[in-house]
Design a protein around this ligand. Structure first.
Ligand code: ZN
Length: 299
């Protein structure tokens, strides 16, 4: 009888430990997609922002605090991208594990080669990219660096399954390496095509795929378009025969359309995150979508 009880007890333990997944909260769905790829069935991941929200500005909701209070891991883009909403949420969650410096706090910008690090910073002017451009996940090769950081964290917190995480990481890299050839191949003949963008969130994408982003509808990152800026852009587009204005799903199309009407260009809305549209389900889909949209618009 005693033996049986011990047997059942150890069986229960085995079952519960094999089913206990790491609870991960990410700020944006791209980090969720990568964490799910690496973690597989060992993780349960929730993203606070959706793919059609501006990641700089997200409304903190009580349900996010509840998620964060129970999380083992918190993954943030960092570089103050989420300065407007993450500190308040982390504070309210009162979960030591995921506070900055805690064992489950992950800054995904670790080891990313940053672009546009400013030489002088003036938040008073409204600039929201004060540590360098924070939209680094839009280069798929940076996705590999993010995946490495996540693999390291998961291996540290769940060492029993590190072989599984390592093997998923290898698969992730192989998929990126295969896909990037396809993406570069499709965009190759449009190298150095000049475009305009609404917000300065494409430098990593631009660097990887060879577009030339000439100017932005926002006079500064985070400052909405002004009439004088739009007039300037219309002139630039006419002068340099620029045909495309890249918009993001969370900006109203009015400014971009006004500029397009007055310059003979057209507005192209690209996805900045996984989940921007229903068919963009993974980090790989994000680039499939944007590359195909660009090819269609440019040819
Ligand atoms: Zn930004």
């Amino acid at each position: 009888m005693k033996k049986n009880i011990i047997f059942i007890f150890s069986l229960l333990l085995a079952v519960s430990s094999s089913y206990s997944q790491l609870k991960i909260v990410t700020t944006i769905p791209d980090l969720k997609s990568i964490a799910e790829f690496i973690g597989g069935d060992r993780v349960d991941v929730f993203s606070i922002a959706t793919g059609y929200q501006n990641p700089h500005f997200v409304d903190p909701k009580p349900s996010y605090i509840l998620k964060l209070s129970k999380a083992d891991v918190f993954i943030t883009v960092g570089l103050d991208l989420e300065i407007g909403w993450v500190p308040a949420l982390l504070n309210s969650a009162r979960n030591q594990k995921i506070q900055k410096g805690g064992e489950g706090y992950v800054d995904a910008s670790t080891n990313i080669p940053l672009l546009q690090i400013p030489t002088s910073v003036n938040r008073g002017e409204g600039d929201i990219h004060i540590f360098g451009n924070p939209h680094y996940w839009l280069d798929p090769l940076n996705g590999k660096i993010i995946a490495q950081t996540i693999t390291n964290t998961l291996s540290r917190l769940d060492p029993e399954h590190q072989t599984q995480f390592q093997s998923n990481f290898k698969k992730f890299n192989e998929t990126i390496d295969t896909k990037i050839k396809e993406w570069e191949g499709k965009l190759n003949r449009f190298k150095n095509t000049k475009v305009i963008a609404y917000h300065n969130e494409w430098p990593y994408f631009e660097q990887r795929f060879g577009l030339k982003i000439v100017d932005f509808l926002e006079p500064k990152p985070g400052i909405p378009p002004t009439p004088s800026q739009l007039a300037k852009i219309i002139n630039v587009m006419k002068r340099e025969q620029i045909k495309i204005i890249i918009n993001s799903p969370y900006f109203t199309a009015e400014s971009a359309e006004l500029v397009a009407r007055n310059s003979g260009g057209k507005v192209l809305t690209l996805a900045t995150s996984v989940g921007a549209t229903a068919e963009i389900k993974t980090y790989f889909d994000l680039f499939d979508h944007n590359v195909n949209q660009l090819v269609t618009a440019l040819q």
